[in-house]
Design a protein. Structure first.
Length: 298
């Protein structure tokens, strides 16, 4: 599974389609510098990436890494049609076997105006449950021959829609018990973060054992309910420290932290500095600047 931290979003650089006859082979390449997405609609490709075999029959796809050699493991056994898309990202990415904690997303800034997020793509899989994939590719390919900025913009939008279709293949199905429980738990924690929330209350609200809820959240979000709640509280505290004139002790209370020392410890762990230092760094204004208005409740 490939993990991309965005923004910036991955972007298409070039695409096309090809048909191999029986015995046809895909070019052997090494460290081409772009991801190579191959979407097979008929026949099948038999590839190898850095010693790992990838059989890609009709209705399936594979994403070959930009930093690994790949070659044909076996010639096509039947006429094979496929689309290919080269794409790249200037953001960070990695290969992982499981989802990583939300706290792993860190751009080195205690408060960033751009909220980063991770999305995951299976390195290979079926697109049969997303039958619109070939149509999206057929729509975006002609746009690369047009040189206008609008055409390139439209192409990138279609490519992002294509990634979304493939990304949904990586998501737990919406009817998955683990996914459903994790989403309900996350929504409850966001709605009640100002209040005292423990595992017992969470268990009573969702009618599941606390251990099971924790397992579901780890599988879906990569963190425990307590980690999720603390992170959310810290993010709300950051907003209040920057956009309001409230006292730090009052902000600690308003965001659900039971004590001021505990608030300082949690905030420092996640933000890399104390609340006081954080406010001082991000509330510096020019002489005569108007005072910031209190942020309305959301």
């Amino acid at each position: 599974m490939l993990r991309f931290v965005s923004p910036p979003m991955p972007h298409i650089t070039l695409g096309g389609e090809d048909t191999y006859p029986v015995g046809g082979t895909h070019p052997n390449r090494s460290q081409i510098g772009v991801f190579d997405l191959l979407v097979v609609t008929r026949g099948g490709l038999f590839l190898e990436e850095n010693g790992i075999a990838h059989d890609v029959p009709a209705g399936h796809y594979v994403i070959l890494r930009p930093d690994m050699p790949h070659r044909t493991r076996m010639p096509c056994r039947e006429e094979t049609h496929f689309y290919w898309i080269h794409f790249h990202t200037v953001g960070s990415w990695s290969e992982t076997e499981e989802r990583q904690p939300l706290s792993a997303i860190d751009d080195g800034k205690p408060y960033s105006p751009i909220e980063s997020f991770s999305f995951y793509l299976p390195a290979h899989g079926s697109w049969m449950s997303s039958p619109g994939v070939p149509e999206l590719i057929r729509r975006l390919l002609p746009l690369q021959d047009e040189q206008s900025a609008v055409s390139r913009w439209k192409q990138q939008q279609l490519f992002h829609e294509l990634l979304l279709q493939l990304q949904q293949e990586a998501e737990p199905p919406s009817d998955s018990p683990h996914y459903a429980v994790a989403e309900k738990a996350a929504a409850f924690l966001r709605d009640h973060y100002r209040e005292e929330v423990g595992y017992r209350r969470l268990s009573e609200a969702l009618h599941f054992h606390a251990n099971y809820i924790s397992i579901c959240m780890k599988r879906t979000f990569g963190c425990t309910p307590l980690d999720y709640l603390t992170r959310h509280r810290v993010e709300q505290a950051k907003r209040l420290l920057i956009h309001t004139d409230g006292k730090i002790g009052g902000i600690a209370e308003e965001t659900g932290f039971g004590s001021f020392p505990y608030f300082v410890r949690c905030f420092t762990r996640y933000a890399g500095m104390t609340p006081k230092a954080f406010r001082k760094q991000y509330r510096q204004t020019e002489p005569g600047a108007e005072r910031m208005q209190t942020l309305p409740e959301i």
